[in-house]
Design a protein around this ligand. Structure first.
Ligand code: NDP
Length: 488
């Protein structure tokens, strides 16, 4: 298991020798100690990425793509061990790591591997006698900060487009869950990525993360995490006016209309909030139910939530694992208190499971709370756990009003059999993504990102390639005429 920094193609200890304990969320035991990068290490990593940039950016795009494709193959070849590592470190149920995290990571690198030589510039129809073409050029050294909720997948979302477009990377995984990202670095070295193209610096946000965000030689910073930290990243980026891409929090509204197919909606709503223990920025954390079906829906939804198998993430039958850190467990539990203080009705969960074998882990049962009003804190603030807030509505207008009543705008969903209502509502949702009769679908070709306090810029798809390049405009005097202005 790799636990050092990866700088300039080598695994090294942190300059100041510090380490951080990486804990198993199932029982709080120590998995390993990982090197903790500080400013000195970040500076070394940026210098390595800067040295690697001229050669990497000049390499034929197809060759860069080939390396990404080889990485995707290496991920497939090591799928089981990667899935085990991700589950051990994060608490993701192993069935999800096997079926989702690992294949999606390989698919993302494969998509951008294929995309590398498909990013084309354009020719602009300008005045006769001139040719104007626009090239998409890489930006330079990019800094990337990845959170703890989907470390493996988010590493591919961030690195895939950046590398395909010809940038070099310094990436800081969360110190809570750095292991799968370091394993990816090992695989990159094995498949032949040149030294310095990718550098991995696990460490604390306020030191390593802050240095990366303010570093004068970093040309772009891409961040996934909380809105509060996103604001700090923007402030830190100002020194050299680096480009910023932010994928922040969410409070996804999942609307169930009274004509919805209930079986699918109940199952989909459970997936929307309980997958990965609700630790997802796109989680459907507000369940907005039509008054006419609300009681029946809730009876069945509560029964389903109570039946979810909670357990050791490495057990193949586990459907929900622990939260990823003790600190986060405390935060989620505090919201149960907030709900009660504000008159919310806790209909399920709100406590740890009774199974004594889980007592040392960071477990909490699927929690369903009906809020009094859409303005309650539990209906406005991101809990980021297996905690869903129920709200009711009477009309389509009211459903939309509730859905659009937070400052966030990332994921959203709706369930109906009425085609017009579906498209009308989707168009009016203030959100970067909307799922109709499904939830949480992602694909490397489909742009992912938010509006409002959920951030800006897009991951994945063609948009991500654009976000990792600059448009360079070149003018050619085709006829070779002397300009008329000072002609003698
Ligand atoms: P943060 O936003 O604080 O952390 C995310 C990442 O940013 C971590 O790697 C963190 O490092 C780093 N970071 C923290 N401060 C700075 C800084 N000043 N400069 C640069 N990087 C920094 O989220 P938390 O982990 O504290 O979680 C709090 C809440 O954030 C969650 O409950 C959830 O609501 C939201 N969140 C949203 C995510 C998403 O997918 N959009 C992902 C994670 C969290 P360090 O851990 O050392 O602080």
């Amino acid at each position: 298991m790799q636990n050092q920094l990866f700088i300039n193609g080598r695994f090294v200890d942190a300059a100041e020798g510090d380490t951080i304990d990486v804990l198993n969320p199932h029982d709080g035991s120590l998995i390993t100690k990982v090197a903790a990068a500080t400013s000195t290490d970040v500076d070394l990593a940026v210098a390595a990425a800067e040295r690697a940039f001229p050669r990497w950016s000049a390499m034929a795009a197809a060759d860069r793509g080939r390396l990404l494709l080889r990485l995707a193959d290496a991920i497939d070849a090591n799928a089981e061990s990667l899935a085990q590592l991700e589950s051990l470190d994060t608490g993701h149920p192993i069935r999800d790591s096997r079926a989702l995290d690992v294949p999606r990571t390989a698919a993302c690198f494969r998509y951008f591997g294929g995309m590398a030589d498909k990013l084309q510039g354009s020719v602009i129809p300008v005045e006769t006698g001139f040719l104007n073409y626009v090239q998409r050029a890489p930006i330079g050294v990019v800094g990337q900060i990845v959170p703890w909720n989907f470390p493996l997948m988010f590493t591919s979302w961030k690195m895939g487009p950046a590398l395909a477009a010809g940038n070099t990377v310094v990436l800081k995984p969360s110190e809570i869950t750095p292991l799968s990202t370091l394993r990816i670095a090992e695989l990159m070295a094995e498949v032949g990525f040149p030294e310095g193209v990718v550098n991995i610096v696990p460490g604390y946000g306020h030191t390593a993360g802050q240095r990366l965000a303010e570093h004068p030689r970093v040309r772009k910073i891409a961040f996934t995490g909380s809105t509060a930290t996103g604001r700090r990243i923007v402030e830190a980026s100002q020194g050299n006016l680096k480009r910023v891409q932010l994928e922040l929090g969410g409070k996804g509204a999942n609307i169930v209309f009274d004509d919805a197919k209930l079986d699918a909606a109940i199952n989909g709503a459970a997936w929307a909030i309980f997958h990965n223990q609700g630790q997802a920025c796109i989680a459907g954390s507000r369940l907005v139910l039509h008054e006419r079906i609300a009681d029946e829906f809730l009876d069945r939804f509560i029964a389903l939530a109570d039946s979810i198998r909670i357990g050791n993430p490495l057990d193949a039958t586990t459907e929900m694992g622990p939260l990823t850190s003790l600190q986060h467990l405390e935060r989620v539990k505090a919201y149960v208190d907030v709900a009660r203080e504000q008159g919310g009705h806790v209909m399920a969960g709100g406590a740890a499971p009774s199974d004594p074998s889980l007592a040392k882990g960071y477990y909490v049962r699927p929690t369903i709370v009906e809020a009094r009003t859409p303005q309650d804190r539990i209906a406005q603030e991101e809990v980021f756990g297996p905690f869903v807030t129920v709200l009711r509505f009477d009309s389509d207008e009211e459903a939309l009003q509730i859905a659009n009543s937070t400052s966030y705008g990332l994921g959203s969903g709706l369930w109906t059999r009425d085609l017009s209502r579906a498209h009308r509502t989707a168009a009016a949702m203030e959100a970067g993504m909307c799922w109709i009769n499904c939830y949480k679908r992602v694909n490397p070709g489909s742009p992912f990102g938010g509006v409002g306090q959920s951030g800006y810029g897009r991951e994945m798809g063609y948009e991500a390639m654009h976000d990792y390049t600059e448009a360079r405009s070149v003018w050619v005097n085709v006829d070779g005429n002397v300009p008329p202005h000072f002609r003698r």
